[in-house]
Write a protein that binds this ligand. Structure first.
Ligand code: SF4
Ligand code: SF4
Length: 107
């Protein structure tokens, strides 16, 4: 199994999650993070760290966000690894909880 980053991370990208991951499986894009399913060891540490509640175990990804499992796998191959927390975007709080941010995903 793996953990999956879902819609509410888009444009929030608080990066609290990367500090706790023991195997450096987060990859960073312009306004979203993904988890590399080949590296994730299911340790569960990142899920409670996300202030946006955007991380789910693969089996618990909400029905309307199932596409994010494949999207994490795809983008993890393209984006560089991120291992240290950084400042969130200035407007992260305004975007937290806005539904269906997938249209704003930058690749
Ligand atoms: S902590 Fe949550 S919102 Fe922040 S980068 Fe990680 S998954 Fe995205
Ligand atoms: S579950 Fe563990 S190994 Fe997987 S992404 Fe989260 S912190 Fe990293």
């Amino acid at each position: 199994m793996t953990f999956v980053v879902t819609d509410n991370c888009i444009k929030c990208k608080y990066t609290d999650c990367v500090d706790v991951c023991p195997v450096d499986c987060f990859h960073e894009g312009p306004n979203f993070l993904v988890i590399d399913p080949e590296e994730c060891i299911d340790c569960t540490l990142c899920e409670p760290e996300c202030p946006a509640n955007a991380i789910f175990a693969e089996d618990d990804v909400p029905d309307d966000q199932q596409d994010f499992t494949a999207l994490n796998a795809e983008l993890a191959l393209e984006w560089p690894v991120i291992t240290e927390k950084k400042d969130a975007p200035d407007d992260a709080a305004e975007w937290d909880g806005v539904p269906n941010k997938i249209d704003y995903l930058e690749r």
